[in-house]
Ligand binder design. Structure first.
Ligand code: FAD
Length: 415
């Protein structure tokens, strides 16, 4: 039986493990962490085919610069003399234009819809519940400029085959009967979905173990050994592992691992925070994004999760409570009757989103390392795109024609 090693046990690595095991491979997942708290565990749980516009889009650079001077703003780049950051920033700037957006939209839509289909199959066939609900997504706004932007996005969505409805406040309130909403209006994307990410990850790990996948936590991969273009083994903090095929699904650390493979894969970590309100007596029903604040709000059973901020500040785990305050302060503007206290730092979760500079993930085989596949860089949509990516990774290992065009996601595009 051919052996596959997957480096990284986030949603992308575990989804790849699921499909590869199904296809009959002997699969091992190596992760440097404890597989309990990484980026795939405490995120906002939204499955978002409505998000077909890449982060690198017109206006983002100017918005980013404005936000940088407000300590409670949702976006921040810590200025530092790092060649990686400067190179990444320059590439982001070069891609933040409408030509790039026009080219990327169909690719992101196809991957998103394909991935949501996999979640529907998982919900119907996997032997555990992960809170998957297809109730759509509401985008709320107060500002007339954001109203115009979001309504233009809704028109584009319809052209891409994604249903979008512009709603007045009374129509929004009818969708949210238990919580008073304040907004100028909103756009509703009925095709989006949500789930409880921690429950999904915990159960998926157990299911993979039960299916014979070997999962090794606390195992940091630090170098590769090979023969010409073929990788034969990795050295880790827990010894050497060999395999026939390799999948790098190492999230924000994938750029570093690519360098160890002799390949350029620009990547920055985009830190975000979340916290959970437990047992909310009058909870919301529909996952919602507060557009001005860029805060995501998701009902998870009786609980309500708030998430947000994007800090490009390198790989670090410090919690900036000013930005958490920005999230808390935004809540009463949209839900005036909901009283939310500042959480204590120990109740704030953080995750590092793996961000490519053009806003498109990297999915494909490396040209210079013929038995290595990269699956990373999904930024704000990794949970949404994980299952689809995993299935495409398995197709590549099996030598099958993938069902989604992978050309826009080529991991060799910066090499
Ligand atoms: C606040 C917040 C809210 C979000 N909300 C959503 C949402 O609603 N919907 C959505 O689609 N996405 C959301 N995201 C984004 C999503 O969480 C990420 O895109 C996704 O989790 C990335 O998954 P991944 O498997 O690529 O990486 P990760 O989950 O980071 O997994 C990578 C793994 O690789 C391991 N690793 C790295 N280097 C090595 C090494 N050298 N050796 C061994 N192991 C290694 C790491 O330990 C890690 O466990 C959100 C993110 C944040 C922060």
């Amino acid at each position: 039986m051919a052996q596959v090693i997957i480096i990284g046990g986030g949603i992308v690595g575990l989804s790849s493990a699921l499909y590869l095991r199904k296809a009959g491979y002997s699969v091992r997942v190596l992760d440097q962490g404890n597989l309990e708290e990484g980026c795939s565990f405490g995120n906002a749980g939204m499955i978002v085919p409505s998000h077909f516009i890449p982060l690198a889009a017109p206006g983002m650079v100017a918005k980013g610069i404005r936000w940088m001077f407000n300590s409670e703003s949702p976006f921040y780049v810590r200025p530092r003399l790092s060649a990686d950051l400067i190179g990444w920033g320059w590439k982001f700037y070069r891609h933040a234009n409408s030509r790039h957006v026009d080219k990327s939209m169909p690719a992101l839509t196809a991957l998103n819809l394909y991935s949501k289909k996999q979640y529907q199959e998982w919900a119907a066939t996997l032997p555990f519940d992960f809170g998957f609900q297809e109730r759509g997504l509401l985008m709320l706004y107060h500002d007339p400029h954001l109203e115009k932007e979001e309504q233009e996005t809704a028109e584009l969505a319809e052209k891409m085959g994604i249903e979008a409805r512009v709603l007045s406040l009374p129509q929004i309130q009818a969708l949210e009967p238990d919580v008073r909403v304040s907004a100028r209006g909103g756009v509703y994307y009925p095709g989006d979905a949500h789930l409880t990410p921690g429950t999904l990850m915990k159960n998926l790990l157990q299911h993979l173990r039960d299916s014979g996948v070997s999962i090794e936590g606390n195992t940091h991969v630090h170098s590769f050994d090979g023969d010409g273009h073929t990788i034969k083994s990795v050295r880790t903090t827990r010894g050497v592992f060999t395999a026939d095929h390799w999948v790098v699904a190492a999230g924000s650390w994938s750029g570093w691992l690519a360098t160890a493979l002799g390949v350029t894969l620009p990547m920055q970590a985009g830190k975000g925070y979340s916290f959970l309100l437990k047992d909310v007596p009058r909870n919301t029903r529909i996952p919602t994004i507060f557009l001005e604040a860029r805060v995501a709000v998701t009902p998870m059973g009786p609980n309500l999760r708030f998430g947000g901020t994007m800090e490009i500040s390198g790989i670090n785990h410090t919690i900036n409570m000013n930005r958490v305050r920005g999230i808390v302060n935004s809540i009463s503007r949209y839900y005036p009757d909901m009283k939310v206290e500042m959480p204590s730092p120990r109740d704030v979760w953080h995750g590092l989103r793996p961000c490519s500079p053009d806003g498109l993930p990297y999915i494909g085989r490396l040209k210079r390392r013929d038995n290595v596949i990269i699956a990373s860089g999904h930024a704000m949509m990794g949970l949404s795109l994980g299952p689809g990516t995993g299935r495409l990774v398995s197709d590549l290992v099996e030598g099958k024609e993938p069902e989604v065009d992978l050309a826009p996601f080529d991991p060799n595009r910066y090499s």
